[in-house]
Design a protein around this ligand. Structure first.
Ligand SMILES: [Zn+2]
Length: 389
């Protein structure tokens, strides 16, 4: 399938260092971005007229507690992932299937859970969303052979922070073994999220040294302020989450800038949790952080797209030929005081999502179920596909 978006007012690259592309058209073919230019429009199956709105890479939420299917037992909600897609999130990464009722804590159980979740979501795309599931929950008793076995079955994510370990220090060895096996290691950071867990302090984060400090701004309770500069000077990814502390999220982003570590800043939601289902969580986090600080909206969009792709080795998150065709059309919300998507976001307003395309396929065009309507009209200009968008 070939899809084009034409008449684009601004194209955001997803790269915070070089955020604007000089183009007004994006053409996709067979799930990949083919070109930035208006050649070959005649051979497109679908042409979307953006009406002068802004196009950005789809947002990548690097912290979602998926279970199986488009259902979360944590808030007994169905269809939430498809709802997130209407908030501009086109990819989610599992932060561990911790909400499965009766979640096993033994070695065989956590391995089986990660492999099953990984394989199920390889065949299932809620609303068209990409879901990278199966994050091995680190538990005492896991040995190097276990990590190698799940890796061989396709699992590439691990999560430390919910296990039956005695203290956070027990994760030092488990994280080292997981890294050795080639898994991306992620660590709960900050106070307890729910009764029955234990806090992970800034000192613990430095000792455990995961690839990524998850919800570094607290999930939902933050570490001491002084650790943000210290962690920014390591090689760790620093993930700021919607379900955390806004003030320390901004501290983390500012520390990342100070230490030339902004490439490693990520935005996620850490939902569904006690904080609930947040279809607009990615957008709210970008907007809230930008509106009450000196941070640029384009930097924060980069932290929700290109940076995530880079850190996790994904082929989306950037608009460039050969990248996965996961795109969103955003605009100033109807009735607002600002005239572009970026100005509206800096103003603190929720932005309008006018269309979402994943894998080169339009998932909806015209209006999101969850955001305000666009100011400009985003519409299907031509389609030869027997489907409505
Ligand atoms: Zn979480």
């Amino acid at each position: 399938m070939r899809t084009a978006i034409t008449n684009i007012g601004a194209v955001l690259s997803g790269d915070w260092r070089d955020p604007f592309l000089d183009a007004d058209t994006v053409v996709t073919a067979d799930g990949l971005i083919e070109s930035l230019g208006a050649d070959n429009l005649d051979s497109c199956d679908v042409v979307i007229d953006a009406g002068g709105a802004t196009v950005a890479p789809g947002l990548i939420d690097s912290h979602v507690h998926v279970a199986f299917g488009d259902f979360t037992p944590r808030q007994n909600t169905i269809g939430y992932l498809e709802s997130y897609l209407h908030g501009g999130t086109t990819t989610v990464l599992s932060a561990g299937e911790v909400h499965i009722p009766g979640r096993p804590q033994d070695v065989a159980g956590v391995k089986a859970l990660a492999v099953a979740a990984h394989k199920c979501f390889e065949n299932f795309r809620p609303g068209g969303m990409r879901v990278h599931a199966g994050s091995l929950l680190l538990e005492p008793g896991l040995e190097p052979d276990d990590f190698a076995a799940v890796r061989a079955d396709g699992v590439w994510l691990t999560k430390a922070g919910f296990g039956a370990v005695d203290s956070a220090k027990d994760y030092v060895e488990l994280v080292a073994m997981a890294k050795e096996a080639g898994l991306v290691t992620t660590l709960h950071t900050g106070g307890c999220s729910i009764p029955g867990t234990f806090p992970v302090t800034g000192e613990d984060v430095l000792d455990i040294n995961p690839d990524i400090s998850f919800h570094i701004n607290g999930g939902p309770v933050a570490i001491e302020d002084r650790y943000y500069d210290m962690i920014a000077q390591t090689q760790m990814g620093m993930q700021v989450c919607a379900a955390g502390n806004l003030r320390t999220g901004i501290l983390a982003a500012e520390a990342a800038h100070r230490h030339d570590a902004f490439d490693r800043l990520l935005i996620g939601t850490d939902t569904p949790t006690g904080s609930g289902i947040m279809p607009l969580g990615m957008l709210y986090t970008i907007i809230h952080m930008a509106a009450v600080s000196d941070l640029d909206v384009t930097d924060l969009i980069g932290a929700a797209t290109g940076n995530v792709a880079q850190l996790f080795g994904l082929n989306n998150g950037l608009i460039a030929p050969g990248r996965d065709a996961d795109l969103i059309v955003i605009d100033a919300p109807l009735g607002g005081t600002k005239h572009t998507a970026l100005d509206a976001m800096k103003n603190g307003d929720m932005v309008a999502v006018g269309a979402v395309i994943t894998d080169g396929v339009p998932r909806f065009v015209g209006r999101s179920r969850n955001t305000p309507p666009t100011t400009r009209q985003v519409q299907v200009a031509r389609s030869s596909v027997l489907r409505e968008f």
